[in-house]
Design a protein around this ligand. Structure first.
Ligand SMILES: [Zn+2]
Length: 63
């Protein structure tokens, strides 16, 4: 999933593994956004959880 920094306009990619981990944590703490550090300027960028979900379909049977 591609993310663009609002501060320096650097764009970078988040891996599926990263998204899976971030989504699990967001779910746990009931967050609607996930903060990711920009690889260039190191500011925190807020990524909507709903947007991440679109890139990472939930597993069909977890329970
Ligand atoms: Zn940046």
């Amino acid at each position: 999933m591609n993310v663009r920094c609002n501060y320096c306009r650097q764009s970078f990619n988040l891996s599926r593994d990263y998204l899976a981990d971030a989504l699990a944590k967001a779910k746990e703490s009931k967050q609607k956004t996930h903060s990711v550090e920009c690889i260039n300027c190191r500011k925190m960028i807020k990524v909507p959880v709903a947007q991440m979900k679109r890139y990472l379909p939930e597993p069909r049977s977890e329970d």
